[in-house]
Design a protein around this ligand. Structure first.
Ligand code: DGY
Length: 472
Protein backbone atom coordinates (compact mmCIF):
# COMPACT_ATOMS: atom_id res chain seq x y z
CA UNK A 1 0.00 0.00 0.00
CA UNK A 2 2.57 2.56 -1.04
CA UNK A 3 -0.08 5.08 -2.11
CA UNK A 4 1.51 5.38 -5.55
CA UNK A 5 4.46 7.27 -4.14
CA UNK A 6 8.02 6.68 -5.30
CA UNK A 7 10.49 5.79 -2.59
CA UNK A 8 13.84 6.33 -4.27
CA UNK A 9 15.79 7.07 -1.10
CA UNK A 10 18.15 10.00 -1.07
CA UNK A 11 21.85 9.20 -1.16
CA UNK A 12 23.38 9.66 2.27
CA UNK A 13 26.79 9.52 3.81
CA UNK A 14 27.39 6.41 5.90
CA UNK A 15 28.09 6.80 9.60
CA UNK A 16 31.20 4.69 9.31
CA UNK A 17 34.13 5.22 7.01
CA UNK A 18 34.62 1.50 6.98
CA UNK A 19 33.41 -0.21 3.77
CA UNK A 20 31.51 -2.97 5.59
CA UNK A 21 29.75 -0.35 7.66
CA UNK A 22 28.75 1.38 4.44
CA UNK A 23 27.12 -1.71 3.00
CA UNK A 24 25.32 -2.51 6.25
CA UNK A 25 24.01 1.03 6.42
CA UNK A 26 22.78 1.01 2.85
CA UNK A 27 21.10 -2.37 3.26
CA UNK A 28 19.46 -1.32 6.51
CA UNK A 29 18.20 1.92 5.06
CA UNK A 30 16.78 0.21 1.97
CA UNK A 31 14.90 -2.31 4.10
CA UNK A 32 13.67 0.42 6.41
CA UNK A 33 12.37 2.39 3.44
CA UNK A 34 10.34 -0.55 2.25
CA UNK A 35 8.72 -0.85 5.70
CA UNK A 36 7.79 2.83 5.60
CA UNK A 37 6.49 2.52 2.05
CA UNK A 38 4.19 -0.34 3.08
CA UNK A 39 2.81 1.72 5.98
CA UNK A 40 2.50 4.96 3.98
CA UNK A 41 -1.01 6.32 3.53
CA UNK A 42 0.08 9.39 1.51
CA UNK A 43 -0.80 12.04 4.11
CA UNK A 44 0.11 10.01 7.17
CA UNK A 45 1.79 6.76 8.17
CA UNK A 46 0.28 3.91 10.18
CA UNK A 47 2.52 2.40 12.86
CA UNK A 48 1.81 -1.10 11.58
CA UNK A 49 -0.87 -2.16 9.07
CA UNK A 50 -2.33 -5.00 11.13
CA UNK A 51 -1.93 -3.99 14.74
CA UNK A 52 -2.34 -0.20 14.53
CA UNK A 53 -4.16 0.75 11.31
CA UNK A 54 -4.67 4.48 12.06
CA UNK A 55 -2.44 7.50 12.73
CA UNK A 56 -0.77 7.60 16.14
CA UNK A 57 0.57 10.87 17.52
CA UNK A 58 4.14 10.16 18.63
CA UNK A 59 4.61 7.42 16.06
CA UNK A 60 3.98 9.97 13.31
CA UNK A 61 6.43 12.42 14.86
CA UNK A 62 9.29 9.90 14.89
CA UNK A 63 8.39 8.75 11.40
CA UNK A 64 8.52 12.33 10.09
CA UNK A 65 12.25 12.43 10.89
CA UNK A 66 12.84 9.58 8.47
CA UNK A 67 10.39 10.82 5.84
CA UNK A 68 12.42 14.00 5.55
CA UNK A 69 15.33 12.01 4.12
CA UNK A 70 13.35 10.14 1.45
CA UNK A 71 13.46 11.16 -2.21
CA UNK A 72 14.78 14.54 -3.32
CA UNK A 73 15.33 17.11 -0.57
CA UNK A 74 12.13 18.96 -1.48
CA UNK A 75 10.05 15.75 -1.71
CA UNK A 76 11.34 14.54 1.63
CA UNK A 77 10.78 17.85 3.33
CA UNK A 78 7.27 18.16 1.94
CA UNK A 79 6.30 14.66 3.08
CA UNK A 80 7.68 15.22 6.58
CA UNK A 81 5.76 18.48 7.08
CA UNK A 82 2.64 16.83 5.65
CA UNK A 83 2.80 13.98 8.17
CA UNK A 84 2.71 16.48 11.01
CA UNK A 85 0.19 18.80 9.37
CA UNK A 86 -2.19 15.86 9.07
CA UNK A 87 -1.77 15.19 12.77
CA UNK A 88 -2.23 18.79 13.91
CA UNK A 89 -5.26 19.27 11.65
CA UNK A 90 -7.04 17.09 14.20
CA UNK A 91 -6.02 19.18 17.18
CA UNK A 92 -9.03 19.82 19.42
CA UNK A 93 -10.28 23.37 19.85
CA UNK A 94 -9.07 23.29 23.46
CA UNK A 95 -5.52 22.60 22.20
CA UNK A 96 -5.15 18.86 22.83
CA UNK A 97 -3.54 16.83 20.07
CA UNK A 98 -5.11 13.38 20.32
CA UNK A 99 -3.19 10.14 20.49
CA UNK A 100 -5.05 8.46 17.60
CA UNK A 101 -6.66 9.93 14.48
CA UNK A 102 -9.10 7.47 12.93
CA UNK A 103 -8.79 8.44 9.28
CA UNK A 104 -10.59 5.37 7.98
CA UNK A 105 -12.91 2.64 9.14
CA UNK A 106 -11.05 -0.45 10.21
CA UNK A 107 -12.19 -3.14 12.60
CA UNK A 108 -8.66 -4.40 13.28
CA UNK A 109 -8.17 -2.26 16.38
CA UNK A 110 -10.03 -1.93 19.65
CA UNK A 111 -11.10 0.58 20.96
CA UNK A 112 -11.96 1.99 17.54
CA UNK A 113 -13.62 5.30 16.62
CA UNK A 114 -17.18 4.55 17.73
CA UNK A 115 -16.07 3.46 21.22
CA UNK A 116 -14.44 6.77 22.13
CA UNK A 117 -17.51 8.91 21.50
CA UNK A 118 -15.52 12.09 20.99
CA UNK A 119 -17.81 13.61 18.35
CA UNK A 120 -18.53 16.54 20.67
CA UNK A 121 -14.86 17.52 20.85
CA UNK A 122 -12.88 16.31 17.86
CA UNK A 123 -12.78 18.53 14.78
CA UNK A 124 -15.60 17.73 12.36
CA UNK A 125 -15.29 14.85 9.96
CA UNK A 126 -12.64 12.57 11.42
CA UNK A 127 -13.03 10.88 14.79
CA UNK A 128 -10.12 10.79 17.21
CA UNK A 129 -9.33 9.28 20.57
CA UNK A 130 -9.91 11.53 23.59
CA UNK A 131 -6.50 11.33 25.27
CA UNK A 132 -3.05 12.48 24.25
CA UNK A 133 0.49 11.04 23.97
CA UNK A 134 4.08 12.04 24.82
CA UNK A 135 4.66 15.48 23.31
CA UNK A 136 7.69 14.77 21.16
CA UNK A 137 6.36 17.02 18.39
CA UNK A 138 8.28 20.13 19.49
CA UNK A 139 11.53 18.19 19.68
CA UNK A 140 10.97 16.68 16.26
CA UNK A 141 10.07 20.03 14.72
CA UNK A 142 13.38 21.49 15.79
CA UNK A 143 15.23 18.59 14.21
CA UNK A 144 13.24 18.84 11.00
CA UNK A 145 13.75 22.58 10.79
CA UNK A 146 17.49 22.37 11.41
CA UNK A 147 17.79 19.90 8.52
CA UNK A 148 15.33 21.66 6.19
CA UNK A 149 15.87 24.16 3.38
CA UNK A 150 14.72 26.94 5.74
CA UNK A 151 13.22 28.72 2.73
CA UNK A 152 10.01 30.76 2.93
CA UNK A 153 7.75 27.79 2.42
CA UNK A 154 9.53 25.75 5.10
CA UNK A 155 9.35 28.71 7.47
CA UNK A 156 5.60 29.12 6.95
CA UNK A 157 4.88 25.44 7.43
CA UNK A 158 7.11 25.15 10.47
CA UNK A 159 5.63 28.34 11.90
CA UNK A 160 2.07 26.94 11.74
CA UNK A 161 3.26 23.75 13.43
CA UNK A 162 5.03 25.75 16.15
CA UNK A 163 1.75 27.57 16.82
CA UNK A 164 -0.07 24.23 17.12
CA UNK A 165 2.54 22.85 19.51
CA UNK A 166 2.38 25.95 21.67
CA UNK A 167 -1.41 25.63 21.94
CA UNK A 168 -0.96 22.01 22.93
CA UNK A 169 1.61 22.86 25.60
CA UNK A 170 -0.68 25.55 27.02
CA UNK A 171 -3.42 22.94 27.18
CA UNK A 172 -1.12 20.71 29.23
CA UNK A 173 -0.72 23.46 31.77
CA UNK A 174 -4.45 24.13 32.06
CA UNK A 175 -5.86 20.62 31.80
CA UNK A 176 -3.14 18.53 33.36
CA UNK A 177 -1.61 20.81 35.96
CA UNK A 178 -4.59 22.64 37.42
CA UNK A 179 -2.68 23.42 40.65
CA UNK A 180 0.18 24.98 38.66
CA UNK A 181 2.85 22.72 40.14
CA UNK A 182 5.01 22.88 37.01
CA UNK A 183 4.48 19.17 36.24
CA UNK A 184 1.63 17.60 34.29
CA UNK A 185 -0.33 14.41 35.00
CA UNK A 186 -1.23 11.66 32.62
CA UNK A 187 -4.76 10.35 33.11
CA UNK A 188 -4.40 7.09 31.22
CA UNK A 189 -1.39 4.74 30.86
CA UNK A 190 -1.78 5.02 27.09
CA UNK A 191 -0.89 8.69 27.40
CA UNK A 192 2.57 7.79 28.71
CA UNK A 193 3.04 5.55 25.70
CA UNK A 194 4.47 3.05 28.23
CA UNK A 195 1.10 1.40 28.76
CA UNK A 196 1.79 -1.46 31.15
CA UNK A 197 4.88 -0.12 32.89
CA UNK A 198 5.32 -1.33 36.46
CA UNK A 199 5.19 2.39 37.32
CA UNK A 200 1.45 2.36 36.81
CA UNK A 201 0.48 -0.91 38.53
CA UNK A 202 -0.70 0.55 41.79
CA UNK A 203 -2.54 3.54 40.33
CA UNK A 204 -4.17 1.34 37.72
CA UNK A 205 -5.31 -1.15 40.37
CA UNK A 206 -7.45 1.60 41.88
CA UNK A 207 -9.49 1.98 38.68
CA UNK A 208 -12.86 0.29 39.25
CA UNK A 209 -13.89 -2.24 36.63
CA UNK A 210 -17.47 -2.90 37.63
CA UNK A 211 -20.13 -2.31 34.93
CA UNK A 212 -17.67 -2.67 32.12
CA UNK A 213 -19.30 -3.13 28.70
CA UNK A 214 -18.47 -6.37 26.88
CA UNK A 215 -15.57 -5.89 24.49
CA UNK A 216 -13.16 -7.92 22.44
CA UNK A 217 -9.43 -7.30 22.31
CA UNK A 218 -7.94 -7.30 18.84
CA UNK A 219 -4.27 -6.90 19.75
CA UNK A 220 -3.88 -10.48 20.98
CA UNK A 221 -5.12 -11.84 17.66
CA UNK A 222 -1.96 -10.37 16.10
CA UNK A 223 0.63 -10.56 18.91
CA UNK A 224 1.29 -13.30 21.48
CA UNK A 225 -0.50 -12.65 24.76
CA UNK A 226 2.76 -12.94 26.72
CA UNK A 227 4.07 -9.88 24.87
CA UNK A 228 1.05 -7.65 25.53
CA UNK A 229 -0.64 -6.10 28.59
CA UNK A 230 -2.84 -8.53 30.54
CA UNK A 231 -6.65 -8.74 30.33
CA UNK A 232 -6.86 -7.14 33.74
CA UNK A 233 -4.79 -4.18 32.49
CA UNK A 234 -7.09 -3.93 29.51
CA UNK A 235 -10.24 -3.88 31.63
CA UNK A 236 -8.86 -0.90 33.47
CA UNK A 237 -7.72 0.88 30.29
CA UNK A 238 -11.22 0.49 28.92
CA UNK A 239 -12.86 1.52 32.21
CA UNK A 240 -10.97 4.82 32.06
CA UNK A 241 -12.16 5.48 28.51
CA UNK A 242 -15.76 4.72 29.57
CA UNK A 243 -15.44 7.09 32.54
CA UNK A 244 -14.01 9.95 30.46
CA UNK A 245 -16.59 9.39 27.74
CA UNK A 246 -19.29 9.74 30.39
CA UNK A 247 -17.80 13.12 31.35
CA UNK A 248 -18.15 14.30 27.75
CA UNK A 249 -14.35 14.55 27.38
CA UNK A 250 -14.51 17.83 29.29
CA UNK A 251 -10.82 18.46 30.04
CA UNK A 252 -11.67 20.67 33.01
CA UNK A 253 -13.54 17.79 34.68
CA UNK A 254 -11.28 14.89 33.74
CA UNK A 255 -8.21 15.64 35.85
CA UNK A 256 -9.85 15.59 39.25
CA UNK A 257 -12.36 12.89 38.34
CA UNK A 258 -9.81 10.40 37.12
CA UNK A 259 -8.83 7.62 39.53
CA UNK A 260 -5.58 7.39 37.54
CA UNK A 261 -3.46 10.55 37.84
CA UNK A 262 0.27 9.98 37.53
CA UNK A 263 3.14 12.42 37.12
CA UNK A 264 5.58 10.60 34.87
CA UNK A 265 9.17 11.93 34.76
CA UNK A 266 9.65 10.65 31.20
CA UNK A 267 6.54 12.36 29.91
CA UNK A 268 7.41 15.59 31.71
CA UNK A 269 11.02 15.50 30.49
CA UNK A 270 9.79 15.15 26.92
CA UNK A 271 7.43 18.10 27.42
CA UNK A 272 10.25 20.20 28.89
CA UNK A 273 12.64 19.26 26.09
CA UNK A 274 9.97 20.16 23.56
CA UNK A 275 9.41 23.50 25.28
CA UNK A 276 13.12 24.17 25.10
CA UNK A 277 13.02 23.29 21.42
CA UNK A 278 10.14 25.77 20.96
CA UNK A 279 12.13 28.40 22.84
CA UNK A 280 14.83 28.13 20.19
CA UNK A 281 12.56 27.57 17.26
CA UNK A 282 9.96 30.29 17.95
CA UNK A 283 12.30 33.19 17.11
CA UNK A 284 13.63 31.39 14.04
CA UNK A 285 10.16 31.16 12.50
CA UNK A 286 8.96 34.64 13.45
CA UNK A 287 7.42 33.89 16.83
CA UNK A 288 9.82 35.25 19.45
CA UNK A 289 6.91 35.58 21.91
CA UNK A 290 6.26 31.83 21.67
CA UNK A 291 9.96 31.29 22.28
CA UNK A 292 9.82 33.38 25.46
CA UNK A 293 6.65 31.71 26.69
CA UNK A 294 8.08 28.23 26.12
CA UNK A 295 11.37 29.15 27.82
CA UNK A 296 9.43 30.30 30.90
CA UNK A 297 7.42 27.08 31.04
CA UNK A 298 10.59 25.01 30.65
CA UNK A 299 12.38 26.83 33.49
CA UNK A 300 9.45 26.27 35.86
CA UNK A 301 9.09 22.61 34.85
CA UNK A 302 12.77 21.87 35.24
CA UNK A 303 12.70 23.19 38.78
CA UNK A 304 9.64 21.12 39.61
CA UNK A 305 11.14 17.94 38.14
CA UNK A 306 13.40 17.75 41.23
CA UNK A 307 10.37 16.55 43.19
CA UNK A 308 10.55 13.29 41.28
CA UNK A 309 14.18 12.55 42.12
CA UNK A 310 14.78 9.37 44.13
CA UNK A 311 18.22 9.41 45.80
CA UNK A 312 17.79 5.72 46.68
CA UNK A 313 17.17 4.69 43.10
CA UNK A 314 19.64 7.18 41.61
CA UNK A 315 17.02 8.16 39.05
CA UNK A 316 13.68 9.89 38.71
CA UNK A 317 10.43 8.09 39.58
CA UNK A 318 6.71 8.68 39.08
CA UNK A 319 4.46 10.39 41.59
CA UNK A 320 0.89 9.27 42.12
CA UNK A 321 -0.96 12.57 42.13
CA UNK A 322 -3.93 11.15 44.05
CA UNK A 323 -1.96 9.94 47.05
CA UNK A 324 0.91 12.36 46.41
CA UNK A 325 3.34 9.48 47.03
CA UNK A 326 6.39 8.70 44.94
CA UNK A 327 6.24 5.36 43.12
CA UNK A 328 9.28 3.36 44.16
CA UNK A 329 10.09 1.81 40.79
CA UNK A 330 12.95 2.12 38.33
CA UNK A 331 11.67 2.34 34.76
CA UNK A 332 13.04 3.97 31.67
CA UNK A 333 10.67 6.89 32.25
CA UNK A 334 12.96 7.92 35.09
CA UNK A 335 16.02 7.93 32.85
CA UNK A 336 14.54 10.16 30.16
CA UNK A 337 15.36 13.39 32.04
CA UNK A 338 18.81 13.06 30.39
CA UNK A 339 16.95 15.10 27.78
CA UNK A 340 16.91 18.17 30.02
CA UNK A 341 19.51 18.02 32.80
CA UNK A 342 22.56 20.25 32.61
CA UNK A 343 25.87 18.57 32.00
CA UNK A 344 27.22 19.53 35.43
CA UNK A 345 24.09 18.33 37.27
CA UNK A 346 25.15 15.49 39.55
CA UNK A 347 21.85 13.72 38.85
CA UNK A 348 22.92 13.38 35.22
CA UNK A 349 25.93 11.38 36.34
CA UNK A 350 23.69 9.11 38.40
CA UNK A 351 21.43 8.55 35.38
CA UNK A 352 24.44 7.66 33.24
CA UNK A 353 25.59 5.18 35.89
CA UNK A 354 22.12 3.62 35.85
CA UNK A 355 22.12 3.32 32.07
CA UNK A 356 25.54 1.66 32.15
CA UNK A 357 24.36 -0.76 34.83
CA UNK A 358 21.19 -1.64 32.89
CA UNK A 359 23.25 -2.28 29.75
CA UNK A 360 25.53 -4.52 31.75
CA UNK A 361 22.58 -6.61 32.90
CA UNK A 362 20.64 -6.60 29.61
CA UNK A 363 23.00 -6.02 26.68
CA UNK A 364 20.32 -5.51 24.00
CA UNK A 365 19.20 -2.36 25.75
CA UNK A 366 18.18 0.00 27.06
CA UNK A 367 15.47 -2.07 28.78
CA UNK A 368 12.20 -0.37 29.73
CA UNK A 369 12.36 -1.63 33.33
CA UNK A 370 15.40 -2.14 35.57
CA UNK A 371 16.61 -5.61 34.52
CA UNK A 372 17.35 -6.69 38.10
CA UNK A 373 13.91 -5.74 39.46
CA UNK A 374 11.29 -8.31 40.40
CA UNK A 375 8.80 -6.67 38.02
CA UNK A 376 11.14 -7.04 35.02
CA UNK A 377 9.64 -9.16 32.23
CA UNK A 378 11.84 -9.16 29.12
CA UNK A 379 8.96 -9.92 26.75
CA UNK A 380 5.93 -8.05 28.03
CA UNK A 381 5.59 -4.72 26.24
CA UNK A 382 6.81 -1.93 28.57
CA UNK A 383 7.76 -4.15 31.52
CA UNK A 384 11.24 -4.91 30.20
CA UNK A 385 11.61 -4.87 26.41
CA UNK A 386 13.84 -2.43 24.58
CA UNK A 387 12.27 0.12 22.24
CA UNK A 388 14.33 1.94 19.66
CA UNK A 389 12.50 5.22 20.17
CA UNK A 390 13.50 5.37 23.83
CA UNK A 391 17.03 4.40 22.83
CA UNK A 392 16.90 7.32 20.40
CA UNK A 393 15.66 9.79 23.02
CA UNK A 394 18.29 8.68 25.54
CA UNK A 395 21.05 8.95 22.95
CA UNK A 396 19.85 12.44 21.95
CA UNK A 397 19.89 13.56 25.55
CA UNK A 398 23.32 12.08 26.19
CA UNK A 399 24.86 13.69 23.12
CA UNK A 400 23.74 17.12 24.19
CA UNK A 401 25.56 16.65 27.48
CA UNK A 402 28.74 15.41 25.86
CA UNK A 403 28.28 11.72 26.72
CA UNK A 404 28.76 10.58 23.11
CA UNK A 405 30.49 7.45 24.37
CA UNK A 406 27.32 6.23 26.08
CA UNK A 407 25.08 7.50 23.26
CA UNK A 408 27.23 5.50 20.80
CA UNK A 409 26.85 2.40 22.94
CA UNK A 410 23.08 2.77 22.91
CA UNK A 411 23.05 3.43 19.15
CA UNK A 412 25.24 0.35 18.69
CA UNK A 413 22.76 -1.76 20.61
CA UNK A 414 19.90 -0.42 18.44
CA UNK A 415 21.87 -1.31 15.34
CA UNK A 416 22.55 -4.85 16.48
CA UNK A 417 18.85 -5.34 17.30
CA UNK A 418 17.92 -4.23 13.79
CA UNK A 419 20.49 -6.47 12.20
CA UNK A 420 19.57 -9.46 14.32
CA UNK A 421 15.77 -9.16 14.45
CA UNK A 422 14.55 -6.67 11.84
CA UNK A 423 12.00 -3.92 12.36
CA UNK A 424 10.13 -5.30 15.34
CA UNK A 425 7.91 -3.17 17.55
CA UNK A 426 10.21 -3.92 20.52
CA UNK A 427 12.89 -6.41 21.51
CA UNK A 428 13.89 -8.77 24.28
CA UNK A 429 16.78 -6.96 26.00
CA UNK A 430 18.38 -10.25 27.09
CA UNK A 431 18.33 -12.16 23.80
CA UNK A 432 17.73 -9.47 21.16
CA UNK A 433 14.68 -11.36 19.80
CA UNK A 434 12.02 -9.25 18.05
CA UNK A 435 8.67 -8.90 19.84
CA UNK A 436 5.21 -7.40 19.27
CA UNK A 437 4.23 -6.21 15.82
CA UNK A 438 6.61 -6.69 12.92
CA UNK A 439 7.56 -4.22 10.16
CA UNK A 440 7.00 -1.33 12.51
CA UNK A 441 7.18 2.22 11.19
CA UNK A 442 8.92 3.93 14.07
CA UNK A 443 11.52 1.20 14.29
CA UNK A 444 12.21 1.64 10.57
CA UNK A 445 12.37 5.39 11.12
CA UNK A 446 14.94 4.93 13.88
CA UNK A 447 16.98 2.68 11.57
CA UNK A 448 17.06 5.54 9.09
CA UNK A 449 18.07 8.01 11.81
CA UNK A 450 20.88 5.62 12.74
CA UNK A 451 22.10 5.57 9.16
CA UNK A 452 22.34 9.38 9.01
CA UNK A 453 25.83 10.87 8.99
CA UNK A 454 25.56 12.93 12.15
CA UNK A 455 22.91 12.37 14.75
CA UNK A 456 21.25 15.74 15.39
CA UNK A 457 22.02 16.67 18.96
CA UNK A 458 19.43 18.53 20.92
CA UNK A 459 20.03 22.21 21.23
CA UNK A 460 21.90 22.52 18.00
CA UNK A 461 20.77 26.11 17.90
CA UNK A 462 23.40 27.72 15.73
CA UNK A 463 21.66 26.58 12.56
CA UNK A 464 18.28 27.91 13.63
CA UNK A 465 18.34 31.36 12.10
CA UNK A 466 19.90 34.67 12.97
CA UNK A 467 18.39 35.57 16.30
CA UNK A 468 20.23 34.52 19.42
CA UNK A 469 18.12 31.93 21.17
CA UNK A 470 17.11 32.74 24.74
CA UNK A 471 19.42 31.19 27.30
CA UNK A 472 17.69 28.42 29.21
C1 DGY B 1 -2.43 0.16 22.24
O1 DGY B 1 -3.56 0.07 21.76
O2 DGY B 1 -1.75 -0.80 22.58
C2 DGY B 1 -1.80 1.45 22.32
O3 DGY B 1 -0.64 1.46 23.03
C3 DGY B 1 -2.75 2.51 22.74
O4 DGY B 1 -2.34 3.61 22.07
Amino acid sequence: MGGGRRWPGRAIEPTSTDEIGRVVNRGLRARALSVLAANDRVTYTVPSGLLYPFQWNWDSCFVALALQTVGSPSEGEDRAWRELETLTRHQWTDGMIPHIVFHTDHDGYFPGPSFWGTECSSPAGTPTSGITQPPVLGLVLEQLWSRSSQDDSARLRCRALVEAVNRWHRWFGLARDPQATGLVSILHPWEAGRDNSVDFDRALASVPITDLPAYERRDTTVVAEAERPTDDDYDRYIALVVLFRGLGWDAAALHDASPFRVVDPGFNAILLASDRALARLGPAVGHPEIGDEAARRAAIGLDALSELWSPDRGQFVCRDRRSNLLVDNASIGGLLPVLVLDRDDVRLHHLCTQIEEWLQLAPFGVASQHPADAGFDPQRYWRGPTWLITNHLLAMGLRRTGRDDLADRIAGSSRSLLERSGFAEYYDPLTGAGLGGSTFSWTAAMAIELSMPHPSPLGEVDRLGDREPPRL
